[in-house]
Design a protein around this ligand. Structure first.
Ligand code: ADP
Length: 319
Protein backbone atom coordinates (compact mmCIF):
# COMPACT_ATOMS: atom_id res chain seq x y z
CA UNK A 1 0.00 0.00 0.00
CA UNK A 2 1.53 3.28 -1.10
CA UNK A 3 -1.21 5.78 -0.32
CA UNK A 4 -3.85 5.86 2.42
CA UNK A 5 -6.58 8.27 3.46
CA UNK A 6 -7.80 9.39 6.87
CA UNK A 7 -11.08 10.99 7.95
CA UNK A 8 -12.89 11.90 11.15
CA UNK A 9 -16.65 11.39 11.29
CA UNK A 10 -19.69 11.71 13.55
CA UNK A 11 -19.47 13.45 16.90
CA UNK A 12 -16.05 15.02 17.42
CA UNK A 13 -13.96 14.05 20.41
CA UNK A 14 -10.83 15.47 22.04
CA UNK A 15 -7.86 13.41 20.91
CA UNK A 16 -9.05 12.95 17.33
CA UNK A 17 -6.27 15.31 16.26
CA UNK A 18 -3.68 13.25 18.09
CA UNK A 19 -4.99 10.20 16.21
CA UNK A 20 -4.81 11.99 12.84
CA UNK A 21 -1.26 13.04 13.66
CA UNK A 22 -0.32 9.46 14.52
CA UNK A 23 -1.81 8.14 11.27
CA UNK A 24 0.06 10.71 9.19
CA UNK A 25 3.41 10.38 10.94
CA UNK A 26 3.35 6.59 11.16
CA UNK A 27 2.44 6.24 7.50
CA UNK A 28 5.12 8.67 6.34
CA UNK A 29 7.62 6.87 8.59
CA UNK A 30 6.87 3.77 6.50
CA UNK A 31 7.07 5.71 3.21
CA UNK A 32 3.32 5.65 2.68
CA UNK A 33 1.61 8.85 1.51
CA UNK A 34 -1.42 10.14 3.43
CA UNK A 35 -4.39 12.09 2.16
CA UNK A 36 -6.77 13.87 4.52
CA UNK A 37 -10.48 13.74 3.72
CA UNK A 38 -12.10 16.90 5.09
CA UNK A 39 -15.65 16.87 6.46
CA UNK A 40 -16.21 13.16 7.10
CA UNK A 41 -18.15 11.06 4.59
CA UNK A 42 -19.73 14.19 3.08
CA UNK A 43 -16.24 15.42 2.20
CA UNK A 44 -15.37 11.99 0.87
CA UNK A 45 -18.32 12.02 -1.51
CA UNK A 46 -17.58 15.54 -2.76
CA UNK A 47 -13.85 14.90 -3.06
CA UNK A 48 -12.64 17.34 -0.40
CA UNK A 49 -9.29 15.57 -0.26
CA UNK A 50 -5.79 16.95 0.26
CA UNK A 51 -2.36 15.49 0.73
CA UNK A 52 -1.05 15.73 4.29
CA UNK A 53 2.63 16.20 5.04
CA UNK A 54 4.57 15.85 8.28
CA UNK A 55 4.04 19.56 8.92
CA UNK A 56 0.29 19.39 8.25
CA UNK A 57 -0.17 17.71 11.61
CA UNK A 58 2.33 19.82 13.55
CA UNK A 59 1.06 21.63 16.64
CA UNK A 60 -2.23 19.74 16.84
CA UNK A 61 -1.59 17.00 19.41
CA UNK A 62 -2.92 19.21 22.20
CA UNK A 63 -5.96 20.61 20.38
CA UNK A 64 -9.56 19.51 20.83
CA UNK A 65 -11.93 19.08 17.88
CA UNK A 66 -10.57 17.81 14.59
CA UNK A 67 -8.55 19.62 11.94
CA UNK A 68 -10.18 17.35 9.35
CA UNK A 69 -13.62 18.57 10.50
CA UNK A 70 -16.51 16.21 10.92
CA UNK A 71 -19.99 15.85 9.49
CA UNK A 72 -23.08 13.74 9.50
CA UNK A 73 -24.08 12.56 6.05
CA UNK A 74 -27.32 10.69 5.43
CA UNK A 75 -26.52 10.15 1.77
CA UNK A 76 -23.52 8.05 2.64
CA UNK A 77 -25.83 5.43 4.11
CA UNK A 78 -26.91 4.57 0.55
CA UNK A 79 -24.99 2.29 -1.79
CA UNK A 80 -24.79 5.10 -4.38
CA UNK A 81 -23.25 7.43 -1.80
CA UNK A 82 -20.71 4.79 -0.83
CA UNK A 83 -19.83 4.09 -4.49
CA UNK A 84 -19.31 7.80 -5.04
CA UNK A 85 -16.93 7.79 -2.06
CA UNK A 86 -14.99 4.83 -3.43
CA UNK A 87 -14.71 6.54 -6.83
CA UNK A 88 -13.19 9.61 -5.16
CA UNK A 89 -10.72 7.48 -3.24
CA UNK A 90 -9.66 5.61 -6.42
CA UNK A 91 -9.40 8.88 -8.34
CA UNK A 92 -6.84 10.05 -5.80
CA UNK A 93 -4.98 6.73 -5.90
CA UNK A 94 -5.87 5.98 -2.28
CA UNK A 95 -5.78 2.28 -1.44
CA UNK A 96 -6.91 2.14 2.19
CA UNK A 97 -8.77 4.37 4.64
CA UNK A 98 -8.56 5.05 8.37
CA UNK A 99 -11.93 6.11 9.81
CA UNK A 100 -11.83 7.80 13.21
CA UNK A 101 -15.28 8.04 14.79
CA UNK A 102 -18.13 6.35 16.60
CA UNK A 103 -20.21 3.31 15.75
CA UNK A 104 -22.12 5.12 12.98
CA UNK A 105 -18.80 5.92 11.34
CA UNK A 106 -17.77 2.28 11.77
CA UNK A 107 -20.88 1.25 9.82
CA UNK A 108 -19.72 3.46 6.99
CA UNK A 109 -16.25 1.88 7.13
CA UNK A 110 -17.83 -1.57 7.15
CA UNK A 111 -19.93 -0.72 4.09
CA UNK A 112 -16.84 0.46 2.17
CA UNK A 113 -14.89 -2.64 3.16
CA UNK A 114 -17.74 -4.90 2.02
CA UNK A 115 -17.63 -3.17 -1.35
CA UNK A 116 -13.95 -3.94 -1.72
CA UNK A 117 -12.34 -0.87 -0.22
CA UNK A 118 -10.25 -1.70 2.88
CA UNK A 119 -10.90 0.47 5.94
CA UNK A 120 -9.77 0.38 9.55
CA UNK A 121 -11.92 1.88 12.32
CA UNK A 122 -10.37 3.86 15.19
CA UNK A 123 -12.73 4.48 18.14
CA UNK A 124 -13.17 8.23 18.67
CA UNK A 125 -16.11 9.35 20.79
CA UNK A 126 -16.54 10.81 24.26
CA UNK A 127 -19.30 8.28 25.02
CA UNK A 128 -17.02 5.24 25.43
CA UNK A 129 -19.73 3.16 23.78
CA UNK A 130 -17.85 1.34 21.02
CA UNK A 131 -17.66 -2.42 21.28
CA UNK A 132 -14.22 -3.99 20.93
CA UNK A 133 -12.37 -1.49 23.13
CA UNK A 134 -12.38 -0.69 26.82
CA UNK A 135 -11.72 2.98 26.16
CA UNK A 136 -12.47 5.32 23.29
CA UNK A 137 -10.49 8.41 22.36
CA UNK A 138 -12.03 11.45 24.08
CA UNK A 139 -13.71 9.67 26.98
CA UNK A 140 -11.01 10.48 29.52
CA UNK A 141 -10.94 14.17 28.55
CA UNK A 142 -14.74 14.43 28.77
CA UNK A 143 -14.60 12.77 32.19
CA UNK A 144 -12.09 15.30 33.43
CA UNK A 145 -14.24 18.15 32.14
CA UNK A 146 -17.23 16.74 34.01
CA UNK A 147 -15.22 16.20 37.20
CA UNK A 148 -14.02 19.78 37.07
CA UNK A 149 -17.67 20.90 36.83
CA UNK A 150 -18.74 18.61 39.69
CA UNK A 151 -16.02 20.02 41.96
CA UNK A 152 -17.17 23.56 41.25
CA UNK A 153 -20.83 22.73 41.71
CA UNK A 154 -20.00 20.98 44.97
CA UNK A 155 -18.59 24.26 46.37
CA UNK A 156 -21.81 26.13 45.77
CA UNK A 157 -23.98 23.15 46.76
CA UNK A 158 -22.27 23.03 50.17
CA UNK A 159 -22.59 26.77 50.71
CA UNK A 160 -26.33 26.75 50.09
CA UNK A 161 -27.28 23.28 51.29
CA UNK A 162 -28.63 22.19 47.96
CA UNK A 163 -29.13 19.04 45.98
CA UNK A 164 -27.58 19.33 42.56
CA UNK A 165 -28.52 17.27 39.56
CA UNK A 166 -25.90 17.21 36.85
CA UNK A 167 -27.02 16.00 33.44
CA UNK A 168 -24.23 14.64 31.26
CA UNK A 169 -23.98 13.14 27.79
CA UNK A 170 -24.70 9.47 27.18
CA UNK A 171 -27.81 8.53 25.25
CA UNK A 172 -27.32 4.79 25.28
CA UNK A 173 -24.26 4.37 27.47
CA UNK A 174 -23.89 5.63 31.03
CA UNK A 175 -20.10 5.53 31.11
CA UNK A 176 -19.59 9.30 31.51
CA UNK A 177 -22.16 9.54 34.30
CA UNK A 178 -20.80 6.47 36.07
CA UNK A 179 -17.07 7.21 35.92
CA UNK A 180 -17.47 10.93 36.59
CA UNK A 181 -19.98 10.22 39.37
CA UNK A 182 -17.58 7.81 41.03
CA UNK A 183 -14.61 10.16 40.63
CA UNK A 184 -16.63 13.18 41.75
CA UNK A 185 -18.19 11.49 44.78
CA UNK A 186 -21.79 11.68 43.58
CA UNK A 187 -24.45 10.27 45.92
CA UNK A 188 -26.53 8.81 43.15
CA UNK A 189 -25.80 7.93 39.54
CA UNK A 190 -28.52 7.31 36.96
CA UNK A 191 -27.47 5.37 33.87
CA UNK A 192 -29.56 4.04 30.98
CA UNK A 193 -28.38 0.49 31.70
CA UNK A 194 -30.00 0.35 35.16
CA UNK A 195 -33.51 1.29 36.30
CA UNK A 196 -33.76 3.78 39.15
CA UNK A 197 -36.07 3.76 42.13
CA UNK A 198 -37.15 7.25 43.27
CA UNK A 199 -38.18 6.06 46.70
CA UNK A 200 -34.79 4.54 47.36
CA UNK A 201 -33.03 7.70 46.13
CA UNK A 202 -35.20 9.91 48.33
CA UNK A 203 -34.52 7.72 51.37
CA UNK A 204 -30.80 7.81 50.74
CA UNK A 205 -30.81 11.61 50.43
CA UNK A 206 -32.87 12.03 53.58
CA UNK A 207 -30.54 9.74 55.53
CA UNK A 208 -27.53 11.75 54.39
CA UNK A 209 -29.28 14.96 55.33
CA UNK A 210 -30.06 13.61 58.82
CA UNK A 211 -26.44 12.86 59.49
CA UNK A 212 -25.50 16.44 58.60
CA UNK A 213 -24.65 16.32 54.90
CA UNK A 214 -24.97 19.79 53.45
CA UNK A 215 -25.21 18.84 49.82
CA UNK A 216 -25.87 16.02 47.41
CA UNK A 217 -24.75 15.48 43.85
CA UNK A 218 -26.80 13.35 41.50
CA UNK A 219 -25.49 12.40 38.07
CA UNK A 220 -28.01 11.80 35.31
CA UNK A 221 -27.04 10.41 31.92
CA UNK A 222 -29.17 12.13 29.27
CA UNK A 223 -30.44 8.74 28.05
CA UNK A 224 -32.28 8.17 31.35
CA UNK A 225 -34.33 11.38 31.37
CA UNK A 226 -33.72 15.10 31.36
CA UNK A 227 -32.12 16.52 34.49
CA UNK A 228 -34.93 19.06 34.79
CA UNK A 229 -37.58 16.35 34.69
CA UNK A 230 -35.75 14.34 37.33
CA UNK A 231 -35.28 17.46 39.47
CA UNK A 232 -39.03 18.07 39.59
CA UNK A 233 -39.69 14.46 40.54
CA UNK A 234 -37.06 14.62 43.27
CA UNK A 235 -38.37 17.86 44.76
CA UNK A 236 -41.80 16.29 45.00
CA UNK A 237 -40.36 13.23 46.71
CA UNK A 238 -38.07 15.02 49.18
CA UNK A 239 -38.94 18.71 49.44
CA UNK A 240 -35.22 19.45 49.13
CA UNK A 241 -33.97 22.61 47.43
CA UNK A 242 -32.85 21.27 44.05
CA UNK A 243 -30.87 22.79 41.19
CA UNK A 244 -30.09 21.34 37.78
CA UNK A 245 -26.99 21.82 35.63
CA UNK A 246 -26.94 20.51 32.07
CA UNK A 247 -23.30 20.36 31.02
CA UNK A 248 -23.98 19.94 27.29
CA UNK A 249 -21.35 20.53 24.66
CA UNK A 250 -18.55 21.67 26.96
CA UNK A 251 -18.06 17.91 27.42
CA UNK A 252 -16.87 17.60 23.84
CA UNK A 253 -14.27 20.34 23.85
CA UNK A 254 -10.93 21.07 25.40
CA UNK A 255 -7.37 19.93 25.19
CA UNK A 256 -7.09 16.14 25.34
CA UNK A 257 -5.68 14.58 28.51
CA UNK A 258 -2.38 12.71 28.46
CA UNK A 259 -4.34 9.43 28.51
CA UNK A 260 -6.31 10.36 25.40
CA UNK A 261 -3.24 11.60 23.55
CA UNK A 262 -1.35 8.39 24.24
CA UNK A 263 -4.36 6.22 23.41
CA UNK A 264 -4.94 8.13 20.17
CA UNK A 265 -1.29 7.86 19.19
CA UNK A 266 -1.23 4.10 19.80
CA UNK A 267 -4.52 3.38 18.03
CA UNK A 268 -3.81 5.65 15.06
CA UNK A 269 -0.42 4.04 14.52
CA UNK A 270 -1.86 0.52 14.83
CA UNK A 271 -4.51 1.32 12.21
CA UNK A 272 -1.75 2.24 9.76
CA UNK A 273 0.18 -0.96 10.54
CA UNK A 274 -2.92 -3.00 9.73
CA UNK A 275 -3.48 -1.25 6.41
CA UNK A 276 0.19 -1.61 5.47
CA UNK A 277 -0.06 -5.34 6.23
CA UNK A 278 -3.13 -5.62 4.01
CA UNK A 279 -5.44 -6.20 6.94
CA UNK A 280 -8.36 -3.97 6.02
CA UNK A 281 -11.81 -4.39 7.51
CA UNK A 282 -10.55 -4.24 11.09
CA UNK A 283 -11.39 -2.10 14.12
CA UNK A 284 -8.69 -1.31 16.64
CA UNK A 285 -9.07 -0.98 20.38
CA UNK A 286 -7.44 -1.40 23.74
CA UNK A 287 -8.08 -4.13 26.26
CA UNK A 288 -6.20 -4.54 29.54
CA UNK A 289 -3.80 -1.92 28.18
CA UNK A 290 -2.95 -4.05 25.14
CA UNK A 291 -3.83 -3.08 21.61
CA UNK A 292 -6.33 -5.41 19.98
CA UNK A 293 -8.09 -5.53 16.64
CA UNK A 294 -11.25 -7.20 15.45
CA UNK A 295 -13.01 -7.79 12.20
CA UNK A 296 -15.10 -4.62 11.91
CA UNK A 297 -18.29 -6.64 11.34
CA UNK A 298 -17.53 -8.72 14.41
CA UNK A 299 -16.76 -5.58 16.42
CA UNK A 300 -20.08 -3.99 15.44
CA UNK A 301 -21.95 -7.17 16.33
CA UNK A 302 -20.57 -7.06 19.87
CA UNK A 303 -22.34 -5.01 22.50
CA UNK A 304 -20.71 -2.33 24.55
CA UNK A 305 -21.21 -3.17 28.20
CA UNK A 306 -20.86 -0.85 31.14
CA UNK A 307 -18.74 -1.93 34.12
CA UNK A 308 -21.41 -2.92 36.62
CA UNK A 309 -18.76 -3.56 39.30
CA UNK A 310 -18.03 0.15 39.20
CA UNK A 311 -21.75 0.89 39.49
CA UNK A 312 -22.01 -1.33 42.55
CA UNK A 313 -18.89 0.26 44.04
CA UNK A 314 -20.29 3.75 43.51
CA UNK A 315 -23.36 2.74 45.52
CA UNK A 316 -21.28 1.23 48.29
CA UNK A 317 -19.07 4.30 48.59
CA UNK A 318 -21.92 6.79 48.70
CA UNK A 319 -23.90 5.38 51.62
P1 ADP B 1 -20.81 8.40 15.22
O1 ADP B 1 -19.79 7.93 14.27
O2 ADP B 1 -20.25 9.38 16.21
O3 ADP B 1 -21.59 7.26 15.85
P2 ADP B 1 -23.11 8.94 13.46
O4 ADP B 1 -23.92 7.81 13.98
O5 ADP B 1 -23.78 10.22 13.21
O6 ADP B 1 -21.87 9.31 14.41
O7 ADP B 1 -22.42 8.44 12.11
C1 ADP B 1 -21.55 9.28 11.38
C2 ADP B 1 -21.78 9.10 9.91
O8 ADP B 1 -21.45 7.74 9.54
C3 ADP B 1 -23.20 9.28 9.43
O9 ADP B 1 -23.56 10.62 9.25
C4 ADP B 1 -23.16 8.54 8.10
O10 ADP B 1 -22.56 9.33 7.10
C5 ADP B 1 -22.23 7.36 8.41
N1 ADP B 1 -23.05 6.18 8.73
C6 ADP B 1 -23.78 5.95 9.84
N2 ADP B 1 -24.45 4.78 9.76
C7 ADP B 1 -24.14 4.26 8.55
C8 ADP B 1 -24.52 3.05 7.85
N3 ADP B 1 -25.37 2.15 8.39
N4 ADP B 1 -23.98 2.85 6.63
C9 ADP B 1 -23.14 3.73 6.07
N5 ADP B 1 -22.76 4.88 6.67
C10 ADP B 1 -23.24 5.14 7.89
Amino acid sequence: MKRIGVLTSGGDAPGMNAAVRAVVRKAIYHNVEVYGIFGGYAGLMSGNIQKLELGSVGDIIHRGGTILYSARCEEFKTKEGQQQGIEQLRKHGIEGLVVIGGDGSYRGAKALTEQGFPCVGVPGTIDNDIPGTEFTIGFDTALNTVIDAIDKIRDTATSHERTFIIEVMGRDAGDIALWAGLAGGAETILIPEEKYNMEEIAQRLKKGHERGKRHSIIMVAEGVCSGVEFGKELEEATNFDTRVSVLGHIQRGGSPTAFDRVLASRLGARAVELLINDQGGRAVGVEKNHLVDYDIIEALAKKHTIDLHLYKLSKELSI
